[in-house]
Design a protein around this ligand. Structure first.
Ligand code: NAD
Length: 478
């Protein structure tokens, strides 16, 4: 089988060993074989990115815009094929795989245009005759470390702004989803970038990720992943004087008020909690339901999830694919025991499922009669598991929603303008949804959370420039 290599200094290079990428929908299906680099590869990549920086930083923004536009065009043209590859390695259903690829293509197109829009300010000086200019410049070499749950969209929304604003890149994808990252790197490698501007290094998280964070040539690190890894990276970045941006976990609340449209609330909850196998940082995991609608809502959600089709990600009939890996499946199942032992009532699901092909299948689980202090409501599970928490009043629901260490996304289902408006202001989350699922966001506006969910400037949209550029203030006496 062909080994897919790393892309360093404009060349495809083998690492120390390689590993199979296995389809979680069918463990007999090997998606491909991918090289695993050692730390020497990180040094080569950071050297190449550092050498390429000055040239790329100075190139006309039109050159950057054209390269990004070309990348976006190819991604969009190959949406079906890349979507199928993504679904095969990650396990989200094909429609979601294709949707994610489209998003990645759109992100490159968006930042192609943003490359041309980088502006500054001219300010009147307090000193007569002196001119003051405030401009933005690229940071330098950016280290990009990404998780497995959005194998092409998250790399895209970090790589595209990094390149658009004139930075060079060393990119390390998550170990279990190298295929989408490699396909993206292959497209980028043909976009006409000078050698060293973009580098892909696949390998172990602690070894390769750790070496990127430790490298004195890396100026800034953008990371999406778990809280534990993110914290370690942030400490190392502060210790070595790097700029750092973290997007981490969530424990996102969805409030359902008595006045909600029941059909809307059920579909928002089921989509937010279970689609993409619940493996979204913005998934709704705490369903905070007012007493008057509680029993009808719970009965309707149970009915709906009981009929969801769990199967092979590429089967057109599947609504939910498998869990991504054996480790993640065991973690999800262990939280079912944590919930039961903690006094929650398991209303449905939470079991491993057998399908024609061996895979990591699990039935969507719903806990009811839970309280917000239970472990299942404090810790991120990251699987198809949600809990219902009762609330008597709107005020109590808001208090429960905000009582969490996380603050990524939140939602409310209501037909009341008063409550919708009030919740948008009082929710302690970075993103607030009214009558739409907590997961699912636009690509051209800011993305990010509060408290333990995020650290540093926002990602996506024009806000991305905060992280990928540094301000310069220049004074001139003509
Ligand atoms: P993870 O923290 O295990 O890994 C993330 C990345 O870090 C991977 O590429 C991994 O190889 C690398 N890594 C691991 N150890 C490292 C180290 N010591 N130094 C440097 N890099 C290291 O996370 P995951 O399991 O891949 O992803 C799931 C998590 O990601 C969940 O907590 C989820 O909520 C979070 N997530 C957050 C967002 C967001 O935008 N807030 C989006 C998607 C996923």
């Amino acid at each position: 089988m062909t080994i897919h290599n790393n892309f360093i200094a404009g060349e495809w290079l083998a690492g120390r060993s390689s590993a199979d990428n296995v389809n979680p929908s069918d463990l007999s299906d090997v998606v491909g074989n991918y090289t695993l680099a050692g730390q020497d590869a990180v040094e080569q990549a950071t050297d190449a990115a550092s050498a390429a920086f000055e040239g790329w930083a100075r190139v006309s923004p039109e050159v950057r815009a054209d390269a990004l536009d070309k990348i976006g065009t190819e991604i969009l043209a190959r949406r079906e094929e890349l979507g199928a590859l993504l679904s095969r390695e990650e396990g989200k259903i094909l429609a979601d795989g294709i949707g994610e690829v489209i998003r990645a293509g759109r992100v490159f197109k968006f930042f192609a245009a943003e490359a041309l829009r980088l502006n500054g300010e001219k300010v009147t000086s307090v000193r007569p005759g002196v001119e003051v200019e405030v401009t933005r410049e690229p940071e330098g070499v950016v280290g990009i470390i990404t998780p497995w749950n959005f194998p092409i969209a998250i790399p895209a929304w970090k790589i595209a702004p990094a390149l658009a604003y004139g930075n060079t890149v060393v990119f390390k994808p998550a170990g279990i989803v190298p295929a989408s990252a490699w396909a993206l790197a292959d497209i980028i490698s043909r976009a006409g970038l000078p050698e060293g501007v973009f580098n892909l290094v696949m390998g172990s998280g602690s070894e390769i990720g750790g070496a990127i964070v430790a490298s004195p040539k890396v100026r800034a690190v953008t990371f999406t992943g778990s809280v534990a890894t993110g914290r370690r990276i942030a400490l190392d970045c502060v210790r070595t004087g790097k700029k750092v941006q973290l997007e981490l976990g969530g424990k996102n609340p969805l409030i359902v008020l008595d006045d909600a449209d029941l059909d809307v609330a059920v579909s928002v909850a089921v989509n937010g909690a279970y689609f993409a196998t619940g493996q979204r940082c913005t998934a709704s995991s705490r369903l905070i339901v007012q007493n008057g609608i509680h029993d009808r809502f719970v009965a309707a959600v149970i009915d709906r999830i009981g009929h969801l089709k769990i199967g092979h990600a590429l089967d057109p009939g599947s609504e939910i694919g498998p869990v991504v890996s054996s480790d993640q499946l065991e973690q999800d199942i262990s939280y079912i025991e944590v919930g039961k032992n903690g006094g929650a009532h398991l209303a449905l699901g939470g079991e491993k499922l057998k399908r024609d092909r061996d895979g990591y299948y699990m039935s969507p689980a719903l806990f009811t009669e839970t309280t917000n202090d239970m472990r299942i409501n404090r810790e991120e599970i990251f699987g198809p598991v949600a809990s219902v928490i009762r609330a008597s009043t709107y005020e109590e629901a808001v208090q429960i929603a905000n009582d969490t260490p996380f603050g990524l996304s939140s939602g409310i289902c209501t037909t009341s303008l008063k409550y919708a408006h009030d919740f948008k202001r009082r929710s302690a989350a970075g993103m607030v949804m009214v009558n739409v699922p907590t997961a699912g966001v636009d690509y051209h506006v800011a993305f990010g959370g509060r408290k333990e969910s995020s650290y540093g400037p926002r990602e996506q949209g024009a806000y991305a420039r905060e992280f990928y550029t540094v301000i310069k203030t220049a004074y001139t006496l003509p």
